[in-house]
Design a protein around this ligand. Structure first.
Ligand SMILES: O=C1O[C@H](COP(=O)(O)O)[C@@H](O)[C@H](O)[C@H]1O
Length: 264
């Protein structure tokens, strides 16, 4: 690995949210400058709530602190094979926490890429169709080896999983596909689709948000042990190095020694 990931720590979520906002908007502004759009992959779990707290806050009025949702293309880092209005749906979670609360007249409306509900019974077909959606946005599969997300916003499960990439699962060895299916997820629901590890690590920027005392043990494992470095979150740290930033609160990293603590 080159340079290690950045780890930012705040007293709590209220203190973390403004820095997450600054980080996301810096990625947004750079992406719009580069290619006119901001392509983001978003996780479910605890992330959408914190993200909403960051993005729905009032702007400080500076030129860089403007959310331009009209330029956002939002994809799902992983999704459960359930209807879009199901309690387990990552899309529903994002919709309830963030999308439905966006003041569209002020900051525009993002283009969102949910799963296609007609493939709910067939996780592999669902993954193939989602990959096709990525191909249509990120150019032809043959000409682009991997899709380049401007930013991936990820969670870290208490077992070290991220997206729907679970510890020791054979999907971690996948090197070719962009989107994978899983039918034996150890965390319910069992049928899901997920971005592959190479796609995650290829992202221009990758942010993990891990908050609360419930993450302390897994953070210790990821940052302090060999075993933890082989967990999905550890593999992203290893594969993407300094492109990775961890947004944590004090309870999540209490007593954890991290390689590089920074301030934004
Ligand atoms: O099942 C999932 O869990 C992870 C982690 O969730 P968290 O609540 O511990 O933050 C999440 O990132 C992923 O998108 C989701 O499908």
């Amino acid at each position: 690995m080159g340079k290690p990931p950045n780890v930012y720590t705040f007293a709590g979520v209220a203190e973390l949210a403004p820095s997450l906002r600054a980080y996301v908007l810096s990625a947004q502004n750079a992406a719009i400058e580069r290619h006119g759009t901001f392509r983001v992959a978003v996780s479910g779990g605890s992330l959408p709530k914190t993200l909403a707290q960051a993005l729905l806050a009032k702007s400080d009025g500076s030129s860089g602190d403007v959310v331009d949702f009209s330029k956002w293309e939002i994809f799902f880092a992983d999704e459960r094979c359930v209807p879009l209005d199901h309690e387990d749906s990552n899309y529903k979670l994002l919709k309830d926490e963030l999308l439905d609360k966006i003041p569209k007249e002020e900051v525009g409306e993002p283009k969102v890429f949910p799963i296609d509900e007609q493939y709910l019974d067939d996780a592999q077909e669902m993954a193939d169709q989602y990959e096709k959606a990525l191909v249509s946005v990120f150019a032809a599969r043959d000409s682009v080896k991997l899709p380049l997300f401007d930013l991936l916003l990820l969670g870290c499960g208490p077992d070290g999983h991220t997206c729907s990439l679970f510890p020791e699962h054979p999907l971690l060895r996948e090197t070719d596909a962009w989107v994978l299916s899983i039918s034996d997820s150890p965390k319910p629901p069992p049928k899901r689709i997920t971005l592959s590890l190479p796609v995650v690590c290829h992202g221009a920027k990758i942010a993990f948000v891990a908050t609360g005392g419930g993450k302390k043990d897994i953070m210790k494992k990821i940052f302090e042990t060999e075993e933890g470095r082989a967990l999905p979150c550890g593999l992203v740290n290893e594969g993407a190095g300094e492109k990775v930033s961890w947004f944590t609160d004090a309870p999540a990293v209490e007593g954890v020694s991290v390689p590089r603590r920074g301030s934004l």
